[in-house]
Write a new protein. Structure first.
Length: 215
């Protein structure tokens, strides 16, 4: 049996297991979703949001792309965030990167990668913003690890710049923004504990979209 064929066998087993514990599992699933989380992660095949968090179906809205980016001109991630906040009313937005990210490493190589060039330029921009700190790290592996962390932080900041998030947060203090890292060597998640309230105050003068001038 090929891996492709195995997928359908796995699906049948999964359905049987779900029905064994809850006969109406799929009836409930079909009624709609009310996720508490929006997860923005990397497309890397080794990083599965639901599996590593133990989140159940219906609890997490997921968007993935190369190197977990939230570019300013990307309609895909922008649409996901708009929908998650304005229609699903998520309470948490997580941007999750991972060490040994191929996208991060590719962005820092002196090579023409064709259609990927403008996408990976977003990561080079992160490096440029934090060049002094990153260039001071002599160990290349540690420098890449730090770039992974800084990339997560900057993508979270890109979420903060969005009008839909600003309106929601100023009204209800939700959704909260979180920056995570997945360490493949240990399997553990790390919360970067970024102070986004401080970041918001620092950038609000420039990125305030006029929703609440007193905040």
């Amino acid at each position: 049996m090929t891996l492709y064929e195995q997928v359908f066998e796995n699906n049948k087993k999964w359905v049987a297991e779900k029905k064994k514990t809850d006969e109406k599992f799929f009836e409930h699933l079909a009624q709609g979703q009310n996720p508490e989380f929006l997860y923005i992660g990397c497309s890397d095949s080794r990083v599965s949001a639901e599996e590593m968090t133990g989140i159940k179906p219906g609890q997490m809205f997921v968007h993935r792309n190369v190197a977990n980016l939230v570019p300013n001109n990307d309609n895909s991630s922008a649409s996901v965030i708009q929908y998650a906040i304005a229609h699903l009313n998520v309470q948490h937005i997580v941007v999750c990167g991972h060490y040994k990210c191929g996208g991060i490493k590719a962005a820092m190589q002196p090579a023409d990668l064709g259609f990927l060039n403008p996408w990976l330029r977003n990561i080079r921009d992160v490096y440029r913003l934090h060049k002094t700190e990153l260039n001071a790290i002599t160990d290349e592996a540690k420098r890449y690890d730090r770039l992974v962390e800084l990339n997560v932080e900057e993508q979270c900041v890109n979420v903060i710049k969005m009008a839909v998030w600003q309106r929601s947060y100023l009204q209800s203090r939700t959704p909260e923004i979180h920056g995570w890292i997945f360490d493949m060597q240990t399997g553990l998640l790390k919360d970067l504990q970024i102070d986004f309230n401080k970041i918001l105050k620092n950038i609000q003068e420039i990125y305030d979209l006029g929703t609440d001038k007193k905040s």
